[in-house]
Ligand binder design. Structure first.
Ligand code: NAP
Length: 420
């Protein structure tokens, strides 16, 4: 009888927590974690802000798991290119897709393709040295005002990173290109634009309050935009909304001229067009009463959410932007977890709970049937000349990144695996 074999596609938090949960319940199983990139950790490495190193410390938990040899790391292997879903399903008793939501949701307004307009996935990928986005053409030299569209934590991350001084970014693992460009930029104002009001914003309070402690940028809020109280909100959100309102009130009472740069909150404005000839020159915004205004800007980052982008043989619901699933089950033997399952929401620990639940579902389904499977995937990949990045390759690369760090940075991120 073949031992239980599970493939987890995606080495981000959802995939790694799932692998961990599977092995805790069934230590004799073989779990392979496949990722198209040479580096593990998914959004922890490429999404979490480079100045939030405390959040990235969760990689130590993942290192302890992966250092055991099972799960096995198969990096640099792309589903749909190096191996098909059908081939995986023939070799594993279950396939769990933890492939996230890597594509930017488009805003769908004219001018979105102008140079100077970026989706947050691409922009965050640029400053986090994601191999897909590291070479993006981000020109900050002529930017005086940047507009950040969206009222979630990604919008806060983008505004904060753009506003920080080189000294504030020294201890981050910001990509080389971004460190140079942000350090040299003359950005004077960053405007965070929300289509709804302060109570509807998705900010968590720790992230919002951090904007009040920046060395060169002062937050700016129009007191007239702030309601008396938070009104009728779900009990679970009450404390957060109250804290956010108090923080925004404090921002409204502070002196925006106390620091050289401003981070200005503009609520109840929906973007209707990006304007410009060869490059972005402004954004047209519409208020709820229908009036429109143009805000000049040379950079715009849309932080309005993400979609999954699976290969053609993976079920995908274009309407919801995720893999169609019922509590994680996509088809018999095929599962989705994390953002691919529920959409781009929640924090890293949300994916731990998700991973445990999906692992339980996989194991419960396999109680019923565990048909024989074909041989090890390594043979198939080797036959195709697909170079697999092993965990040893990654740990060598990790050490090289740490050794190359300068000026207080924790690491200098590479864009490819370190040669042996
Ligand atoms: P988010 O919190 O869902 O925010 C998305 C924002 O985009 C919302 O304000 C939404 O407004 C707006 N939006 C959507 N469509 C729009 C449109 N057509 N025009 C204008 N605005 C539009 O998501 P996120 O900021 O991308 O973050 C994703 C997840 O990662 C969240 O759960 C977030 O908390 C988490 N995250 C956490 C941290 C952290 O803990 N430090 C950092 C980054 C991200 P509406 O509300 O009106 O739809």
């Amino acid at each position: 009888m073949t031992a239980l074999r599970v493939a987890v596609v995606g080495a981000g938090p959802a995939g790694l927590y799932t692998a961990d949960a599977l092995l805790r319940k069934r230590p004799e199983a073989q779990v392979d974690v496949i990722d198209r990139l040479f580096a593990p950790y998914g959004l922890v490495r490429y999404g979490v802000a480079p100045d939030h190193q405390g959040t990235k410390a969760v990689t130590r938990v993942f290192d302890r798991l992966m250092g055991k040899g099972n799960p096995r790391f198969l990096g640099g292997v792309t589903l749909g290119r190096d191996v098909s879903l059908a081939e995986l399903r023939a070799r594993y008793h279950a396939v769990v897709l933890a492939i996230g939501c890597p594509a930017d949701r488009p805003l769908g307004v004219p001018g979105e393709g102008l140079p100077g307009v970026h989706g947050s996935g691409a922009f965050v990928g640029w400053y986090n040295a994601h191999p897909d986005h590291a070479a993006a053409e981000v020109d900050l030299a002529r930017v005086r005002r940047a507009v950040v569209i969206g009222n979630g934590n990604v919008a806060i991350d983008v505004a904060r990173i753009l506003s920080k001084t080189p000294a504030e970014l020294a201890a981050s693992d910001l990509a080389d290109a971004a460190r140079g460009a942000i350090g040299a930029s003359g950005i004077g104002e960053i405007v965070i634009v929300g289509r709804r009001g302060p109570i509807e914003a998705g900010f968590t309070n720790a992230e919002l309050a951090e904007l009040g402690r920046l060395s060169a940028a002062a937050p700016m809020v129009d007191a007239a935009d702030l309601p008396e109280g938070i009104g009728d909100v779900a009990e679970a959100e009450r404390r957060m909304k109250e804290a956010n309102l108090a923080t925004l009130r404090a921002f409204a009472g502070a002196d925006p001229a106390s620091k050289p740069k401003r981070i200005r909150f503009l609520f109840h404005r929906a973007p209707v067009a990006f304007l410009g000839g060869d490059r972005l020159e402004g954004v047209r915004l519409r208020a709820p009463d229908g009036t429109e205004e143009t805000l000049s800007c040379e950079l715009a980052v849309t932080c309005i959410g993400y979609r999954a982008a699976p290969p053609a043989d993976v079920p995908f619901d274009a309407g919801t932007g995720i893999l169609p699933n019922s509590a994680g089950r996509v088809a018999p033997g095929l599962y989705a977890v994390g953002w691919a399952r529920r959409g781009p929401s929640g924090v890293i620990p949300t994916n731990r709970a998700d991973g445990i639940a999906v692992a339980d579902l996989v194991l419960a389904d396999l109680e019923a049937a565990m048909p024989p499977r074909e041989g090890d995937i390594i043979g198939l990949l080797a036959g195709r000349g697909a170079g697999v990045v092993t965990w040893d390759d990654w740990t060598r690369t990790d050490k090289a990144e740490i050794a190359a760090a300068e000026g207080g940075a924790p690491r200098r991120k590479r864009l490819s695996v370190c040669p042996a």
